[in-house]
Ligand binder design. Structure first.
Ligand SMILES: [Zn+2]
Length: 302
């Protein structure tokens, strides 16, 4: 599982900082999460292949989370994309994008699907045999969802010396990896657990931005490997958090602690702060495994 931060600041784009966008590589999927202005430049800078993005998840309709989308959709067309693109987003985004394209008499030459969200309870919005994605309803000034990405358990691994020792035909290797017992060349039933190792533990990632402190997300994100939680403010501006429906670094840490996550990544910093390390220090008074998001940073969680 690999996370690339394309942008992690709130409000306006600046010379060296971008609004929210990230790309999550999980089990051969490349999911884009939010698409603030400048996202496609950052995709190029990070050498991410545009054609690998088939699903884009938009948290909410504030500009710093989706103003890059119409540009990206348009670029896909110029790149003669043919594969489907799925946008998972709050209701209303389809209207915005189609109006922009209609007025420009510019249509996609690839299938573009909008999956509009309206539910206030967590729902499964994507699933295949490798990954499932749920919404995480958040508390912001407008309808907002975070997203929970969960790998499914993969195949077991062959322990080759044991397999050879057990005299099993190669044709049965896949069955073993799938957890079936098989007959060996002498007609003896071999317990798959004796010749294979357990699958890698499935990884999970929760993206929670933008939101006020919302304790009831804890049950949804319990025990995830990585939590990205917004921390717009430091404690000295804590009074602004409830008003603007954002969180402080300490609140993000409290959620991480209650949810027993392995790693917390902070982001969505207000552009008023020069020293981002202060976010980490404040969060670490409550929860130690904290990392700071930064534009262009890659996190590997394998
Ligand atoms: Zn925002």
């Amino acid at each position: 599982m690999k996370l690339t931060i394309l942008g992690c600041f709130s409000a306006t784009p600046r010379k060296d900082t971008n609004p929210t966008s990230q790309v999550l590589e999980i089990n051969n999927h490349l999911f884009m999460i939010d698409c603030g202005e400048g996202s496609q430049v950052e995709l190029r800078r990070n050498k991410i292949k545009f054609s690998r993005i088939k699903h884009i998840f938009i948290s909410h309709l504030h500009g710093d989370h989706f103003f890059g989308l119409v540009g990206l959709i348009s670029t896909f067309r110029l790149l003669t994309r043919e594969t489907e693109l799925h946008i998972h987003c709050p209701k209303g985004l389809k209207e915005v994008i189609t109006l922009q394209m209609k007025l420009a008499d510019s249509w996609t030459n690839y299938p573009l699907y909008f999956h509009e969200l309206t539910s206030n309870t967590s729902e499964l919005i994507f699933e295949d045999d490798k990954v499932a994605v749920w919404t995480i309803p958040l508390d912001h000034r407008i309808y907002t969802n975070g997203f929970l990405f969960k790998e499914k358990e993969g195949e077991r691994h062959l322990h080759l010396p044991s397999v050879l020792e057990a005299n099993i035909d190669v044709a049965y290797y896949n069955k073993l990896k799938q957890g079936h017992d098989v007959l060996n060349n002498d007609g003896i039933l071999i317990d798959h657990k004796k010749v294979t190792l357990p699958p890698n533990p499935p990884k999970s990632y929760a993206f929670c931005s933008d939101t006020a402190y919302k304790e009831d997300i804890v049950s949804i994100i319990k025990n995830v490997d990585v939590l990205y939680h917004e921390s717009t403010f430091l404690d000295k501006h804590a009074h602004l958090a409830p008003k603007t429906k954002h969180s402080t670094a300490k609140e993000a840490a409290l959620i991480a602690k209650k949810a027993n996550v392995k790693t917390l990544i902070l982001g969505h910093y207000s552009t008023r702060y020069e020293d981002l390390n202060a976010f980490k220090l404040e969060a670490q008074t409550i929860f130690k495994p904290v990392k700071l998001a930064k534009d262009g940073l890659h996190f590997n969680f394998d």
